[in-house]
Ligand binder design. Structure first.
Ligand code: 5GP
Length: 182
């Protein structure tokens, strides 16, 4: 039976990777994969849909129980993909698209060598800063942390199989679909 492909999308906050990934998952009928996090929910986010929102204690318990495919500390909070999210779907022959940070992406690539890593970025850092401010979901302090991390994350681009410079959502969706269907 055909095994599904593991596609991993990363990139700095504000690169637009979440928007594009959501649209592509919808178009290709790829099952949703919900990560766990210790970050507090933003307005409008729903537990079990956007993330499984856990306390640090609950998250650490899952680490101890070896429930994560990968996890990392990003911007001061834990984020992780549960094993069942990945393995069940791949075994059923379904593709899995994970939108995770650069540390988690490299862990997943180590586990599954044929995983395809796709890096999202903007034309330059100013576009990123502009987007983070315009979306008004984060405080100034958090925006500063995310911009600092963006510079660190950009250094990982060379470890990725593909880069998408996200200037136009529709073009980026098509680029990602072409990579998946390649
Ligand atoms: P946000 O707080 O904006 O939702 O996500 C912050 C960062 O955490 C993003 O770079 C996102 O890709 C990453 N992230 C989300 N879920 C996971 C996950 O399950 N594992 C890892 N390693 N990173 C994640």
């Amino acid at each position: 039976m055909k095994k599904g492909k593991l596609i991993i999308v990363s990139g700095p906050s504000g690169s637009g990777k979440s928007t594009v990934t959501k649209i592509v998952k919808d178009r290709l009928n790829v099952p949703l994969s919900v990560s766990a996090t210790t970050r507090k929910p933003r307005t409008g986010e729903i537990n079990g849909k956007d993330y499984f929102f856990l306390t640090e204690e609950e998250f650490k318990k899952k680490i101890e129980n070896d429930e994560f495919y990968e996890y990392a500390n990003v911007h001061g909070n834990y984020y992780g993909t549960l094993k069942e999210t990945v393995q069940e779907n791949l075994n059923k022959g379904l593709d899995v698209i994970l939108e995770i940070d650069v540390q988690g992406a490299l862990i997943a690539k180590e586990k599954k060598k044929d995983a395809v890593l796709v890096f999202f970025k903007t034309k330059d850092i100013h576009v990123l800063e502009d987007r983070l401010r315009k979306r008004k979901t984060d405080s100034e302090e958090i925006i500063k942390v995310r911009l600092k991390n963006a510079l660190k994350e950009l250094k990982y681009e060379s470890r990725y199989d593909f880069t998408i410079i996200n200037e136009d959502i529709e073009n980026s969706c098509q680029e990602l679909i072409d990579i998946i269907n390649r």
